[in-house]
Design a protein around this ligand. Structure first.
Ligand code: NAD
Length: 339
């Protein structure tokens, strides 16, 4: 692992997230540079590579991973493509930052878990970037300090202006609520043991076939409850709130940080349009932390166990969504590598 020269990163998948991570790595992050971009859309990869000095375009992830100037991999292809890229990277013993979800289902996540265990050391960080958001960090510190006593309940709200036309009912769980699955496990330090999905009468703005919004209830191993309002087409902006109800008080994050404007007999502020803007700082901190840890030869962020646990909760969530009943989460025993 190079400690002096900048880490050479291959970014796999150069769509909305991948292109934003390329920009971040080239212009915001220190200690790394993008040496390869990979996309099955050759033109997209070439356009990005042509705009970045010393960067080569590939259409095959394995070819980029074999290149001399690639020291680590950032996976930002769609979830179903993650398993193959992760197994290739682990086969080359390369450090990875994999956008969430680790993989789209528990069986494939388990295969990645097994591959990393076979390697014998952790190599993969999963892109659960809310763990790097300043407000979530403050909430986590407060809960861990014990100042408010034990956390009894979490209320999460996750609202989107609108969803792309190809977004499905299942993706509301697998791609959106997966963030609340991870932060619930992280904030409480508990596994989620059961999921129930409720569906109110949908908004008239939801596309045909999508139940939107949905209300998701998590039960956890030591008896806390967490609920999530997931709303794909709220129509006014991107909002993420969380409130912890504890024995000696409550704490809430995500209220718009300002600036708060007073004019014309009204007060108010602006709501961010999407996650790219709302979590911009968190993505920066996440990627910088990954680069720094990788240069030290460490993995410090959420790992494959967290990705697997979230995938298992997603699977239970999608079943509950489909069958309208409470579904228990099936988790394998946590291996020593992740304790
Ligand atoms: P996107 O559709 O905009 O881009 C995906 C890109 O990957 C496309 O350019 C596509 O051609 C390419 N691609 C597809 N299969 C590939 C393969 N096998 N190898 C290489 N490239 C391939 O998608 P996106 O919105 O950028 O999402 C990418 C990932 O980021 C997903 O895992 C998604 O869940 C995640 N994501 C994370 C957040 C977050 O807040 N952390 C937000 C949005 C998306």
């Amino acid at each position: 692992m190079p400690s002096q020269r900048a880490l050479g990163i291959a970014v796999i998948g150069t769509g909305k997230m991948g292109a934003d991570h390329v920009r971040r790595l080239q212009h915001v992050i220190s200690g790394a540079r993008v040496t390869a971009v990979v996309d099955i859309d050759e033109n997209r990869a070439k356009t990005l590579a042509d705009a970045s000095e010393g960067c080569t375009a590939y259409t095959e992830a394995a070819a980029a991973m074999a290149a001399q100037d690639v020291d680590a991999v950032l996976i930002a292809s769609p979830g179903p493509a993650h398993e193959a890229a992760l197994l290739d990277a682990l086969g080359c013993d390369l450090p990875v930052l994999c956008e969430k979800p680790l993989t789209p289902d528990a069986a494939s996540a388990l295969r990645v878990l097994e591959a990393e265990q076979k390697l014998g050391h952790r190599r993969v960080q999963v892109g659960f970037m809310r763990r790097y958001d300043t407000e979530y960090i403050k909430l986590k510190r407060l809960l861990d300090s014990g100042e408010l006593g034990r956390a009894l309940m979490l209320h999460h709200r996750h609202r989107n202006l609108s969803m792309p036309p190809w977004f499905t009912n299942e993706m509301l769980i697998n791609d959106s609520v997966v963030h609340e699955m991870d932060v619930t496990r992280w904030l409480l330090g508990q596994e989620i043991t059961a999921v129930t999905v409720h569906k109110p009468a949908p908004t008239s703005h939801a596309p045909t076939g999508m139940d939107d919004p949905q209300f998701v209830l998590f039960e956890t191993e030591f008896g806390a409850l967490a609920d999530v309002e997931i709303f794909g087409h709220c129509g006014y902006g991107y909002q993420v709130h969380a409130e912890a109800v504890c024995e000696r008080g409550t704490v809430r994050i995500g209220d718009e940080p300002g600036p708060r404007l007073s004019a014309d007999g009204r007060w108010g502020g602006r709501i961010t349009p999407d996650y790219i803007e709302r979590f911009d700082d968190a993505y920066d901190r996440e990627v910088q932390a990954w680069v720094d840890a990788t240069r030290r030869g460490e993995v410090t962020g959420p790992g494959v166990w967290d990705g697997y646990a979230a995938a298992a909760v997603c699977e239970a969530g999608v079943l509950s969504q489909r069958e309208g009943r409470r579904v228990q989460v099936e988790l394998t025993e946590r291996p020593a590598l992740y304790r």
